[in-house]
Design a protein around this ligand. Structure first.
Ligand code: ARG
Length: 600
């Protein structure tokens, strides 16, 4: 279905042509003076320059051609040469009715769905999820839902970090604590125990402990420094052995995976974040040697200071890009190697048109190198789209990366739980009669909206201050405000039905008041918001749209007696308008990855 500005533009372009001007100048945009008009065309000014004519006269001539056009209630030529347009209420109403009859409110869907892989989440196994993993998860999930809504074939892959040094650190620490376990007995040939030799809790403590032991502070004594270096060397060796297939270490690796993954799932569930694939770096381990051979045979790699690298810098680079390292001088694979091998496997298995990555923006250089190397080595087609969506840092109130009160990194679980608890006391306060179980559920729902909207309303690449107090407010540009608006509409619709009204059967009439017309016009803009969110991979576009829609609804609500309206036809129309508002707001928050409660 054509978008409203396109329909209006077509009319204005015709008028430009009829007045003898270039129709290309008839482009119409949303008015920047909503107090004067709804849409505007600035083409007369551009034409005036090239034709050496008075812009106002051009605007007047176009206006004359539009006289009697039935979609406009008013066309004004305004000095120096603006064409101001106001639409007929029945034209807007017909458009809304058509939106309601179409699938997805008339959003144009692609004839051939694009196959897209989203690489997001990026959790590291054996390390607890902390707030740094919040943004890639929330943004990735929202983009997944937005792209799916827009008709694409999307597969989300968590791409776990499950093959690195953290595994060797845990193995080393386990050996320190329980050297007699069969995993460490080189002569042991029997089967290993099914049960892990540690609990999840012990595991989450073991990694930070081991990591601490492998690093010495700057002011540490030489002995301490030596001990840390020795410990780290052992962990590196354990990592290498595990990667090369050491039986016992692989068994420990499996224990770590078996404990960690369900815990990660639980954490992501609580955020309403899910993945179609739970693959990781370990899944491509076996294909790396073949890929490296292929690079060698085709002359894509060369040695540089002992390492095997792919040159990726281009002549037009302002600054030379360092080469992409495929193998270190000791033959070890690196982060870039697993990413290249993963691209190869994704192409083989899924033939995607695009792969989008979501991580901290500090990984931008890494992805630029990997993308260039993948193109150069033809792991992907020249037309395969590889895109990196780097997120900015979530900062604390002091403007530095978010920390707990005692300066540690905050566990994701703690953040979600704390927010839920604070929200619970607010919900209880506002709804003293709400049953406890419902209050709990509502608090969790609203808290999640507060966290997610607080994040998603910022451009992904921007740093932002995690201000929970602000995010949890029921007023302003916040998740709870959007939810509150939906809850308000639900309550009106419920009352209308209790009075015997039929919400589904309510018919829309022409808007009469200014706030009603503004709300109706805002509803027509839904598909424009979705399209820009899709092309920019920007959930913040959806946030901005639903925030404006919620504002327009609330202005209308405060100026209008909806249920007390004596004219039955008018009342029905109000109901139809706000029911549509609710549907679009709900569609919007669903794309963002949260939902609204019944009451709050
Ligand atoms: N595990 C990585 C990290 O915590 C993120 C992985 C992102 N995805 C990728 N294909 N490299 O930094």
């Amino acid at each position: 279905m054509k978008k409203l500005p396109e329909l209006i533009t077509a009319q204005v372009q015709e008028a430009f042509a009829a007045a003898g001007f270039d129709p290309a100048q008839g482009q119409v945009v949303v008015s920047n003076r909503p107090d004067l008009c709804e849409y505007q065309c600035n083409g007369a000014m551009a034409l005036a320059k090239s034709l050496h004519k008075n812009p106002f006269e051009i605007a007047e001539a176009v206006k004359e051609q539009l006289a009697g056009n039935e979609i406009f209630a008013a066309v004004d030529a305004i000095r120096p040469g603006f064409i101001n347009l106001t639409l007929q209420p029945d034209f807007v109403r017909d458009y809304l009715v058509k939106m309601l009859h179409e699938k997805k409110f008339g959003l144009e869907l692609p004839a051939h769905p694009k196959k897209i892989i989203l690489d997001f989440g990026g959790a590291n196994v054996a390390k607890p999820l902390h707030v740094g993993h919040l943004r890639p998860a929330i943004i990735g999930e929202a983009v997944k839902r937005i792209l799916r809504y827009a008709g694409n074939d999307v597969t989300g892959d968590i791409h776990m970090g499950d093959w690195g040094l953290q595994m060797g650190l845990v193995i080393t620490e386990l050996q320190e604590r329980k050297p007699d376990l069969p995993y460490f007995d080189e002569n042991y040939t029997g089967a290993y125990p099914k049960e892990a030799p540690f609990t999840l809790e012990e595991l989450s403590e073991m990694y930070p402990t081991a990591s601490g032991k492998s690093k010495a502070a700057e002011d540490a004594s030489p002995e301490e420094k030596e001990a840390a270096a020795a410990y780290k060397a052992r962990a590196l060796e354990a990592t290498r052995l595990m990667q090369d297939g050491h039986r016992g270490y692989r068994a420990i690796w499996r224990h770590i995976m078996n404990l960690s993954i369900p815990d990660l799932k639980k954490n992501y569930d609580s955020l309403h974040v899910s993945f179609d694939l739970w693959r990781g770096e370990s899944d491509v381990h076996e294909v790396i040697p073949g890929m490296v051979d292929y690079f060698r045979q085709n002359g894509y790699v060369h040695e540089s200071q002992g390492a095997l690298v792919i040159d990726v810098t281009r002549e037009d680079d302002a600054k030379e890009l360092p080469p992409c390292i495929v193998l270190k001088s000791d033959g070890a694979a690196l982060y870039a190697t697993t990413d290249l091998a993963t691209i190869q496997e994704r192409m083989r298995e899924f033939h995607p048109d695009a792969i989008y990555y979501f991580t901290d923006k500090r990984q931008a250089l890494h992805f630029e190198q990997v993308f260039r190397a993948a193109k150069k080595t033809r792991l992907v087609m020249p037309e395969t789209e590889l895109r990196f969506v780097g997120n900015g840092t979530m900062n604390g109130p002091d403007g530095h990366p978010f920390k707990t009160r005692d300066g540690g990194t905050l566990r994701l679980e703690a953040l979600v739980n704390d927010t839920g608890e604070e929200m619970l006391s607010r919900i209880r306060e506002g709804n003293p009669d709400m049953p406890e179980e419902e209050a709990l559920r509502t608090a969790r729902t609203v808290a999640l909206a507060a966290i997610k909207y607080g994040d998603l309303s910022n451009q992904p690449a921007k740093d932002y201050i995690f201000d929970l107090k602000k995010f949890m407010s029921f007023e302003g540009d916040t998740g709870p405000y959007i939810l509150y608006t939906i809850v308000r509409i639900k309550s009106i619709l419920r009352k209308y039905e209790e009075q015997g009204g039929d919400v589904k059967g309510a018919l829309l009439s022409d808007a009469a008041s200014a706030s009603e017309k503004a709300l109706a016009l805002q509803l027509t803009r839904f598909t424009e918001a979705v399209e820009s969110a899709v092309s920019e991979l920007a959930p913040n576009r959806i946030c901005a749209y639903i925030y404006e829609l919620a504002n327009d609804f609330n202005s209308f609500y405060h100026e209008t007696k909806i249920l007390a309206e004596p004219d039955e036809g008018k009342k029905q129309s109000y109901i139809a308008l706000i029911a549509m508002t609710k549907k679009i707001l709900e569609t919007g928050i669903d794309m963002l990855g949260f939902e609204a409660p019944e009451k709050m």
